[in-house]
Design a protein around this ligand. Structure first.
Ligand SMILES: Cc1cc2nc3c(=O)[nH]c(=O)nc-3n(C[C@H](O)[C@H](O)[C@H](O)COP(=O)(O)O)c2cc1C
Length: 110
């Protein structure tokens, strides 16, 4: 695939199937992702691969933390949306309208 085509076809994925992925393929994808640039080439990311029961346990725990409104543990403190530019706030407000459909009323903008 050409770089231009890869960029044009790229999109965020938020729905997943339960299709198994071969570990060789997974390792190859992680290897490719490691080529991503990082701040001062710090490469701070750690990659963990979880499958099966472990993945299910993580999924359940994350759902619970989201529902109970647990404090997040971000690497970089998130900047309150109120401090973003007017245009950015308008964009976020416009594109966030689907969130309550997924999380119900148990969420708030930071
Ligand atoms: C630095 C960065 C941070 C992002 N943070 C989030 C996030 O916190 N939550 C989220 O749902 N998507 C996040 N995204 C994905 C964007 O919302 C997504 O790229 C945007 O909606 C455009 O959709 P597309 O990637 O399909 O073109 C982030 C993307 C980038 C580049």
């Amino acid at each position: 695939m050409e770089v231009k085509q890869a960029i044009q076809k790229r999109h965020s994925v938020r729905h997943f199937t339960d299709q198994k992925i071969d570990s060789k393929q997974l390792k190859e994808m992680i290897g490719i992702a490691q080529k991503a640039p990082s701040w001062v080439n710090s490469q701070p990311q750690k990659v963990y691969v979880a499958q099966g029961e472990t993945l299910e346990a993580i999924r359940k725990q994350q759902q619970e933390l989201t529902i109970t409104g647990a404090k997040t543990n971000s690497d970089i403190p998130p900047m309150s949306r109120k401090l973003w530019s007017e245009q950015a706030q308008k964009n976020m407000a416009e594109w966030s309208h689907g969130i309550p459909a997924v999380l119900g009323d148990n969420w708030q903008e930071t």
